[in-house]
Write a protein that binds this ligand. Structure first.
Ligand SMILES: C[S@@+](CC[C@H](N)C(=O)[O-])C[C@H]1O[C@@H](n2cnc3c(N)ncnc32)[C@H](O)[C@@H]1O
Ligand SMILES: [Zn+2]
Ligand SMILES: [Zn+2]
Ligand SMILES: [Zn+2]
Length: 273
């Protein structure tokens, strides 16, 4: 089973599908998008404001208003000094006066490596890279439908316990105890990110990035140097402390890492709120 490019040329690098185990195909109902789409009118208002652009000439430096005086990126990768307490990354965009090679533009240029969606031995479909990925490189985004809490709860209720869950909730803590919550569901409309599996010892981590819009892009970066054909994974949630009887972590984790906690960080009724 092989598909040369499941993105149909929408991505800069091919995203191939390969199943060397059986004749299972990818779900045909998934519409491939490279950026998240708003799932309802009400959300349009919520994300209507725009990040303020900079008026730098040519290439932005540390003083650029977009990068908030902190170098989030270095040589097209996340800077070693990045930590998410610095705040979200805001890249320069079409509204800025700098040029497209400005160093504060990374994830907006899209994929940098050719990826495979493949059938894993234990965890359904997964993702791997055909090429070596250096530490701190941008790997891919988690794109899907942006939905509200009510819709997310409806969708979760409809899921049976054995079904894959794709809903991703980002909670960004901003000043005075305020929190911005964004919910992404790539179940029906999504990109390669929907096929990333969980590991208790992952090789990717996520960072919210904004590019000319207040809708956060959930972007995965390499935690370490990653060899070709090694499965790409991230940690789906907070530490899993479950004993298996808890509804939070009912599903057995198959990541097989030495520090596997045994269960997938999973959802309960308080997960979305
Ligand atoms: C976002 S999807 C990942 C792609 C999925 N494997 C597929 O075939 O479409 C999340 C689902 O994958 C499965 N999964 C991911 N990581 C896993 C792990 N470490 N152990 C067991 N199942 C896992 C679970 O069914 C989970 O609900
Ligand atoms: Zn710039
Ligand atoms: Zn700018
Ligand atoms: Zn595990």
């Amino acid at each position: 089973m092989f598909i040369d490019d499941i993105s149909n040329n929408q991505e800069k690098f091919k995203v191939s599908f390969i199943n060397e185990i059986n004749d299972l195909q990818l779900p045909t109902f998934v519409i491939y998008v490279t950026n998240s789409v708003l799932g309802s009118e009400s959300l349009t208002e919520e994300f209507e404001s725009l990040p303020l652009p900079c008026n730098c000439e040519s290439l932005c430096k540390e003083t650029c208003a977009c990068s908030a005086k902190v170098n989030m990126y270095l040589d097209g990768k996340l800077s070693e000094s990045y930590n998410n307490s610095i705040g979200p990354i805001v890249e320069c965009s079409d509204f800025c006066t700098c040029i497209s090679t400005c160093p504060n533009r990374v994830v907006q240029h899209g994929l940098q490596f050719s990826l495979d969606v493949f059938l894993t031995e234990r965890t359904g479909f997964g993702v791997r890279s055909k090429e070596f990925i250096p530490k701190y490189s941008f790997v891919c985004e988690y794109a899907g439908e942006i939905i509200d809490e009510h819709e997310a709860e409806l969708r979760l209720k409809k899921q049976s316990s054995g079904e894959s869950n794709y809903i991703y909730v980002i909670k960004e803590h901003i000043s005075n105890n305020k929190c911005i919550k964004t919910i992404i569901d790539p179940t029906f409309v999504g990109n390669v990110g929907r096929y990333l599996n969980h590991s208790c010892s992952p090789n990717l981590f996520s960072v919210p990035v904004r590019v000319g819009s207040m809708i956060p892009k959930v972007c995965f970066f390499a935690k370490e140097n990653i060899l070709p054909l090694v499965e790409l994974t991230y940690n789906y949630g907070e530490k899993c402390t479950a004993d298996g009887n808890s509804s939070k972590c009912a599903r057995k984790c198959q990541c097989q890492s030495l520090n596997c906690c045994g269960y997938l960080p999973f959802v309960d009724e308080n997960w979305i709120t």
